[in-house]
Design a protein. Structure first.
Length: 222
């Protein structure tokens, strides 16, 4: 199936997507076809009221990386996103598995973020070598133990295949998959995963309220 997107930053009529079975214990208060962005320190402080006015319903914010980096814009953006009326927000950790243990990186992540009842912890895993399944599984298991809910997993299809992340052991301990695939056609679901929950389809979106380009994603399952 081919999906044609509107020009970056512009919302149009809902994108036609095939129906999917509901997920038990659904952590996503969204509708199929909803769009949202993710930001890091590169975007500084967006005008979140303007971003919300474009129709976007969710935001994911980089909070931490490795065991020593904290996004200085995270707390200000986190509060403003909550005030702007988005339906879902998530805080993500950029992993450096070749440098640190998952336990140490999770401790750093946990010590710097503020999650409310409906907020998502997210693991961003896009660098590293060898079999990364044990590392990713441990981090996501720590999320589950700490917050009493499963976290969201972010990566790209080729990277997942190369590092044994296309695996039912990992998908079983995550609430869903946020997949990066910068293309116009819907990407294939990685082996070991039932669904692509969020599809990050561009890294150069022009969005009202955001200075410069940013990542844009579409919600794919409900």
């Amino acid at each position: 199936m081919s999906i044609m997107f509107p020009p970056h930053g512009m919302m149009s009529s809902p994108i036609p997507l095939p129906p999917v079975p509901p997920i038990d214990d659904n952590p996503f208060p969204l509708s199929v076809g909803d769009q949202g962005i993710d930001v890091s320190s590169w975007q500084s402080y967006p005008n979140w009221q303007q971003v919300r006015s474009t129709g976007r319903t969710f935001v994911f914010v980089k909070a931490t990386e490795s065991v020593d980096y904290f996004n200085p814009y995270y707390l200000g953006n986190w509060e403003s996103i909550g005030d702007a009326g988005f339906l879902l927000r998530g805080a993500y950790h950029f992993a450096q598995p070749d440098k640190n243990t998952p336990d140490d990186e999770f401790k750093w992540f946990r010590s710097n973020i503020r999650l409310g009842p409906g907020d998502l912890p997210i693991l961003d895993l896009e660098t590293g070598s060898g079999d990364l399944l044990p590392w990713a599984f441990t981090f996501m298991d720590l999320c589950l133990q700490e917050y009493g809910k499963k976290g969201l997993f972010y990566s790209g299809g080729p990277f997942m295949e190369e590092h044994n992340l296309d695996n039912t052991d990992l998908s079983g301990i995550c609430c869903g998959l946020w997949l990066a695939a910068y293309q116009r056609n819907k990407p294939s679901t990685p082996r070991g995963w039932q669904y692509i929950n969020f599809w990050q389809y561009t890294e150069t979106a022009s969005v009202l309220g955001v200075a410069g380009g940013c990542d844009d994603s579409i919600f794919y399952t409900s």
